[in-house]
Design a protein around this ligand. Structure first.
Ligand code: DP6
Length: 368
């Protein structure tokens, strides 16, 4: 699948050497992306909150090279060379070469660091791939003629659309990390301008209840992912419940439009928790099958439900494809809920480790 709109006509400028830098956040899906077609096209639309604290900062150093037949790059995480990151980046470069045809003209040094510990079990692919895609777009910008002031807004939105399009080809969920605070990725009848190709900002009214929503991430299991996302998405091919699940994701996004408008916290909780359990339900009912929750994941969920019943506070949870729990709650209930988390839930975390995050507003370019 070739998307003409993102193939540059020609580059008019030459840059022999330089560097660019972006920091880009992680995001947490409310309606989950699980299942994809060829070319990183999602099987269903998804919706996420962009996070604020959990992010990757990347410096991309580039230097023009003579031999332009192969990709050439080195990757560093926290100052240490990481050759095991190279295959994923090589695959990414192959997928995007058509859209950023300068890639083989340069040797790149990719220096990256995460605000969260690498071994926390928090996936860094969304923040990492989006930061790298943005760095490549900043380099592309330097190879093109300056945009006239009058066309600045259009150029700006093209920049983000294409960066999200590239990020998607690195890791699907990465295309939801560039902007905030709520992003939709995937064609959906009710969401204006939504597309399978890149993430778009949620275009409708959002009630005050959902501004600055909090996400406290409980690190239940910091180990390597038991199921890689590639394998996980593959499990949805020929899955008995796949088509019903994809329909459900569409319905849940339609429902969330009303929920966000009205500020209906109870309905939000029901949709988001059901999405998390459905994601895990899909994994339990695929072939081969997996249970990615741990006993402590279930203990936390039960505690959350009990506390919600006892207090009437709007605490809820969501899960990624792993054992960690994202505890979601409105900003104005922070004090009581955080006290509860510290007193009752942190004991279930590996080494008592948790991260306080909240809704954020997307990636930032950093001065070099
Ligand atoms: C469970 O974006 O990691 O977090 O496209 O193969 O890189 P790839 O998959 P990835 O899948 C994320 C799945 C999820 C749900 C979500 O974020 O929507």
């Amino acid at each position: 699948m070739i998307v003409e709109a993102f193939i540059p006509k020609s580059y008019t400028k030459h840059r022999s050497k330089g560097s660019v830098s972006w920091s880009s956040p992680s995001n947490i899906a409310l309606v989950k992306y699980w299942g994809k077609k060829e070319h990183q096209i999602p099987a269903n639309p998804s919706m996420s909150f962009t996070l604020d604290y959990c992010k990757t900062t990347t410096i991309l150093e580039f230097e023009a090279k003579e031999n332009t037949t192969a990709f050439s790059f080195d990757v560093f995480l926290d100052g240490a060379q990481k050759d095991d990151f190279k295959p994923k980046i090589e695959t990414f470069f192959k997928r995007i070469e058509l859209y950023v045809p300068f890639l083989k003209n340069y040797h790149f040094v990719i220096k990256t660091k995460n605000s969260f510990p690498h071994s926390s079990g928090i996936a860094s692919s969304a923040s990492g791939m989006s930061a790298l895609a943005l760095c490549l777009m900043s380099l592309e910008e330097q190879l093109l003629d300056a945009t006239p002031q009058s066309e600045n807004d259009a150029a700006q939105s093209y920049f983000y659309r294409k960066a999200s399009f590239l990020a998607r080809l690195g890791s699907g969920s990465a295309c939801r990390s560039l902007e905030g605070d709520i992003i939709v990725w995937g064609d959906h009848k009710d969401i204006t301008n939504s597309t399978d190709l890149f993430g778009v900002k949620y275009p409708f009214e959002v009630h005050e209840n959902f501004k600055n929503y909090q996400d406290t991430i409980l690190l239940v299991d910091k180990g390597e992912k038991q199921v890689s996302s590639t394998l996980g998405h593959d499990l949805m091919h020929n899955h008995t419940y796949a088509s019903q699940r994809f329909r459900q994701a569409h319905d849940n996004i339609s429902k969330l439009v009303e929920v966000f408008k009205k500020g209906d916290l109870e309905a939000f909780i029901a949709i988001v928790e059901s999405e998390a359990l459905t994601l895990h339900g899909m994994m339990m009912t695929s072939m081969p099958y997996f249970i990615l929750m741990k006993p402590n994941t279930l203990a936390i969920i039960n505690k959350i439900w009990q506390f919600r019943e006892d207090t009437g506070l709007h605490i809820s949870f969501t899960l990624d494809a792993g054992a960690n729990v994202h505890v979601l709650y409105p900003k104005n209930e922070t004090e009581k809920i955080l006290d509860f988390i510290k007193a009752e839930l942190v004991a279930y975390c590996q080494n008592g480790h948790y991260i306080c995050d909240e809704i954020g507003f997307g990636a930032k370019q950093l001065p070099i």
